[in-house]
Design a protein around this ligand. Structure first.
Ligand SMILES: C[S@@+](CC[C@H](N)C(=O)[O-])C[C@H]1O[C@@H](n2cnc3c(N)ncnc32)[C@H](O)[C@@H]1O
Length: 228
């Protein structure tokens, strides 16, 4: 008897369940995939997206983790035009993907990218709860004072490329609340292998972090860690 192939949604629900077993997520509930489809239509019809490496499965992973994390406070670093961040914070007008963040904050060094991100993410109906800072995510002063429950790293510096992840994690360091989820995009990109070796070593040797768990769901992948 042949069984139906796993869908992207099945895979993401499995990832969430596994991360729950590892203690990185409080819930193992499957994501509300109807809400994902509605949001996908909104985003792909109305967002301005000059380029992205976020694939169909990765946007589902971000959506699924965003739902399961139940984060009160979300911070994204290197968020470009807000496309990846959008899946984490979701559409506040669709109650089936609640609970939503009390505050979400994007740190992006490129002011023009942030202008587009503000326009894009206004469609997600978070109002002033979601804000965008033109700032350097590798320095502590750029971070909000409140505790962080979900940190998303995607900064890509023209010279240092992904080497900034360690600096960003250090900069956010003492603001990560116990149980916080730390997501880092691109661990599977060969060009970034050296930066990720350093980042993963930092996570492994930190007495304040668990992980990393690396999700090779596409050519970029996602690295997951959690704060103890
Ligand atoms: C390649 S984009 C991420 C896009 C995302 N992976 C996608 O496919 O949608 C990386 C972003 O990091 C930003 N960046 C680079 N260095 C930064 C820093 N020190 N602090 C904050 N943002 C930074 C860049 O301006 C750029 O918008």
């Amino acid at each position: 008897m042949s069984s139906a192939p796993a869908t992207y949604e099945d895979i993401v629900d499995g990832v969430v369940a596994t991360l729950h077993q590892k203690g990185a997520l409080a819930t193992a509930a499957p994501a509300p995939w109807g809400a994902f489809l509605r949001m996908s239509n909104l985003v792909h019809e109305q967002f301005e997206i000059p380029s992205t490496t976020i694939t169909p499965i990765m946007r589902r992973v971000l959506f699924g983790l965003g739902c399961a994390a139940r984060a009160a406070n979300v911070v994204g670093v290197g968020t470009f035009v807000g496309y990846a961040l959008a899946w984490l914070v979701r559409d506040r007008d669709d109650p089936s993907s609640a609970p939503f963040a009390e505050t979400a904050y994007a740190i992006e060094i490129d002011a023009e990218a942030n202008r587009v991100a503000r326009r894009n993410c206004a469609l997600l109906n978070h109002g002033p709860r979601l804000s965008f800072a033109d700032a350097d995510g590798t320095v502590p002063a750029s971070y909000p004072v409140w505790p962080i429950d979900l940190l998303y790293l995607d900064l890509d510096d023209a010279h240092e490329r992904k080497a900034g992840y360690v600096h960003a994690l250090e900069a956010a360091g003492d603001r990560l609340r116990s149980g916080a989820l730390v997501l880092a995009h691109d661990p599977c990109v060969p060009q970034f292998a050296e930066s990720f070796a350093a980042y993963h070593e930092y996570v492994r040797t930190s007495d304040r972090l668990c992980g990393p768990w690396i999700l090779p769901v596409d050519e970029c992948g996602l690295s997951v860690a959690s704060a103890v």
